[in-house]
Design a protein around this ligand. Sequence first.
Ligand code: FE2
Ligand code: FE2
Length: 289
Amino acid sequence: MLDSLEITVLVEDHVPMHGPFLAQHGLSLLLKGVKDGVETRGLLDVGQSHEILTHNMKGLGVAPESIDFLALSHCHYDHTGGVAAFVCSTGKSDFPVIAHPDLFRPHFTVDPSLAHIGVGSADALKKIEEAGGRVILSAAPVPLAEGMASTGEVPRATDFEGPGKRFFTVRDGKTAQDSLPDDMAVTARVRGHGVVVAAGCCHSGIVNILKHVRALYPDEPVEGIVGGLHLVNASEEKMEKTASGIREFAPRWIGAGHCTGFPMQAKLLRDYGMAFTPLAVGATFRVGG
Ligand SMILES: [Fe+2]
Ligand SMILES: [Fe+2]
């Protein structure tokens, strides 16, 4: 368990009115966990381009060399763009990069036209390794630091969540629907508070993620949720079911943005009031300490 946790948004679709930051469709979160006076720093995702990540990290005074690990929530280009460049910028060898075993598969959409939207060729496994990364691929939870871990693959339990039918991959030489099996989140457990869930896009569904986190840590309340909920074009029914599913876990606060969509953000604002924060670069969440 951590003594304290701080999560800062490094890359997001929005920027605040003041500050030197740049916005970009994508997400990157910095997690700083402190245990017995020792701080561990990790990133969840790197956004879409290394230039934006570097610019915003500089503006926030975060040195790449200070980062201890990188977890990747899923394959999408707006979360994995520039992984190899980021690993290189840490100046480290054997820099841990944690992801699901299916991360590097071909991943396409045909909406609005055929495009590969998975991990780009500049960030292929070999390129990350050449940059100094030690890629750890696991469908099971991986410990990242004291009190921090990846969730691993998220079981699909609800009947209203999931990525739908718009993504494709190639399996055994044939085109097949892609359900984003690689979608996962990171948990950070803080003593006296509970578990904070940091997610990328929640293509597996935030309620499925919360159910999985509860199964992993049955005795711990959900302290907070940070990330994208991917409800940008969701029906009112899906948003309402998601909101009520989240309420069952009674998180104390929620920071949601990126692909969450304004209507869902408005719903969360109605539900949580000042305990809801729309994400933007520089937004910071502190627990404990
Ligand atoms: Fe995304
Ligand atoms: Fe995504």
